[in-house]
Design a binder for this molecule. Sequence first.
Ligand SMILES: [Zn+2]
Length: 407
Amino acid sequence: MTCQKIFSIVLCFFLATCCNAQTPQISKVSYVDTLFENASPLWYEVDANGTLQVYLTYDHERNSPNRAAGHVHFCVHGDAGKNLRIEFNNLNNVWNGTPGSVAKELLSVAISEDGKEWRSFPLNPTADGRVFGEFLLKSDRLFVARVEPYRLSDLDRMLNRLRGHPDVSIDLIGQTVEGRILEIIRLGNERSRDHVFLRARAHPWEAGGNWVVEGVVDRMLANDKDGARFREKLCIHVLPMANKDGVARGRTRFNSQGKDLNRNWDKPANSELAPENAALEKWIEKKIADGHPPDIALELHNDGNGKLHISRPLEGDTTNYLERMELFESLLRRHTWFSEGATKPNFRNPGSLGEGWMERFRIDAIVHEFNCNLIASTGQRPLAMHWKEYGSQLPIVFEEYFKLREH
Ligand SMILES: [Zn+2]
């Protein structure tokens, strides 16, 4: 062998080793598990570059062009210590009859090796309107979720914790389309003058509201001076999971008859197609008949903006209502990390619980969105702990609201 040949072999070996060191080690995908509680329905394939292409499944609204995908919850099985690029497809939602991609709101996910301890992870847009993330697999499993998951089993754990507490009652108000029991939790003093209503999880992907509720419950029942005062002064009613069927099935927006539970509140609920709303409507009508309607109602959601939706019907004088909402917003800013602000004064969303309850029952009701990607005041990407912290500060907001509202 000539010197020249030996030299080229050595050079080739050197180059190969060098290039190899710089080439990312791409994990193979042995499986994507979606057969567990609250996992999202989807299909997938691994493309020629080794990228995992995830195709979310839309759910559809009855008698409507509306469709929604955006709930993300699955578990990738791959190689520990290697990288995996995941791209998300089918983001072309239709909302209020208008096509619009959810890509602009899908800016981060929560990830976890065990499905219990979660951290936030940023996503990036692709040139053709999808989004992707590049993940390092720390173990041979990676759970990926749109927001830190809150499942029916999490709710059951909370309900079990509450049963038997002297300042709590749990009323069964009806059933979902698929027969799951709907409950309203009462926290605090039933004879209080000041009543609040909270509803979470009308839209199944939006788990943030459930974490807020957990924070409210913990603060209301804390064994300290403030907790005792809140329980004496306030009566907070909570419907913690309106769309249980959707949460169980890992759907995005609609119930099991294709109805949006944050729509059609401008008329009586259809008990066949939306029994979840019919049950709540019966409950609220009884509260009104008994002389104890809620003074303020919050409908808790997630989106990519995190605003208070101060919408109301056009008829009638709403000056006092707008003043009260201004007060409420200022107290949120004072006592919580809220800084996202309210929608424009002319904002309307007919049929939402906020506008429908205002119109039909004259109850101050607001849709409260929580930005799933960012807490504006702190720059953090939100996880369960941030939403629980927010919920833990709501009782003081309500207490001051009722005090100041009188002046
Ligand atoms: Zn929503």
